[in-house]
Design a binder for this molecule. Structure first.
Ligand code: MTE
Length: 319
């Protein structure tokens, strides 16, 4: 079937079929037929993407390695994968960075759903694979800077958050995106032993930040699926912000007109603000942010304003 696809966002080269179409193929084809013949009916959002891949099939394996987007270049070598896999912040498991990888063993990442809710034209709970299969997935090399002043350089695989937003169509009155992580204390020992934290982990972005070209929903790393300790099956990455904004293992994405509370800002508002943009000139109340320590080693480096992404994001913060 030949369907002319309006170019809203790029259709991935790889082949895939979302579960929705797979299971409701007949109804969908019927709907498409009507849309195709009667030019007055416009396909949009999910339907448009789905139409593009209607006759393709595949599975998540076919995503990797995703094509690297050459636009995003690094000023330093990539961090060794053994470091990104064994030096993690994931408090649901433990505060001991080097033990997270061991403690994620019981964490179940399938089945996994992402609820899209709030001020949105298409509220829906997506199976994560349903989303992954229709996303315009690519690889990008990004700097990764934790508020604790350590840094890495990581090849993430994911989709621009803007593509996801185009898909679900928030209303124009939505000004913020609120994201929530999983709540499974039986699988995540840190949630049980550190019950004073306001679980589940939650974060938020302004809508213009979420739409920024750098913002990614990430599903893979080093050319393969995310390991659990890096926030599988789907996490946020905002490379110009401190790492704690990059919420892992997302189960809910809500569009809202009010600035959402965030996990670390609720815990220590004087130490962690909503924006949390990397800035060498604004020290953490307990340590300097002027330099950073590459992981796993090497000399400290000067911290870059917006983590080196000034050209992409500075305009968002002009007053
Ligand atoms: N997301 C959840 N759900 N729980 C967390 O504890 N830690 C954050 C962020 N996302 C965290 C989270 C912090 S402080 C950092 S620096 C990054 O994840 C670390 O990501 P990485 O382990 O992949 O390097």
């Amino acid at each position: 079937m030949l369907i002319k696809i309006p170019r809203g966002w790029e259709i991935p080269e790889r082949e895939a079929t979302p579960e929705e179409i797979f299971t409701n193929r007949r109804q969908f084809v019927k709907k498409l037929g009507i849309a195709g013949i009667g030019a007055a009916v416009t396909l949009s959002g999910w339907d448009r993407v789905a139409a593009a891949i209607l006759d393709h099939r595949g599975d998540n394996d076919k995503i990797y390695p995703a094509k690297r987007n050459p636009k995003y270049v690094l000023d330093r070598p990539l961090t060794d994968e053994s470091a990104t896999a064994h030096y993690n912040n994931f408090y649901e498991f433990t505060t001991d960075k080097e033990r997270v990888a061991d403690l994620v063993e019981k964490f179940q990442i399938r089945p996994w759903t992402v609820e899209v809710t709030g001020m949105v034209a298409k509220p829906k709970t997506y199976g994560v694979d349903e989303l992954i299969r229709v996303m315009p997935v690519e690889e990008r090399l990004y700097r990764h800077r934790c508020v604790e002043a350590w840094s890495m350089a990581v090849p993430w695989t994911g989709l621009p958050m803007k593509a996801f937003i185009d898909l679900v169509q928030p209303s124009s009155s939505a000004k913020f995106v609120r994201m929530v992580s999983f709540n499974k204390p039986e699988q995540a020992p840190g949630m049980r032993t550190q019950s004073w934290y306001p679980w589940p982990y939650y974060e938020g972005l302004r809508m213009d930040e979420a739409m920024n070209e750098l913002t990614m929903l990430v599903i893979g790393i080093y050319g393969h699926e995310l390991p659990k300790q890096n926030g599988a099956p789907i996490r946020l990455v905002t490379p110009w912000k401190y790492g704690y904004k990059s919420i892992k293992s997302i189960v809910k994405i809500e569009f809202t007109d009010k600035q959402p509370p965030t996990f670390w800002n609720d815990i220590a508002p004087n130490e962690y603000d909503f924006l949390s943009n990397v800035n060498p000139k604004v020290p953490h109340p307990r340590w300097s942010q002027a330099t950073e320590q590459p992981i796993p080693g090497g000399p400290r480096r000067p911290t870059l304003l917006y983590n080196g992404y000034e050209e992409y994001v500075a305009h968002l913060y002009k007053v």
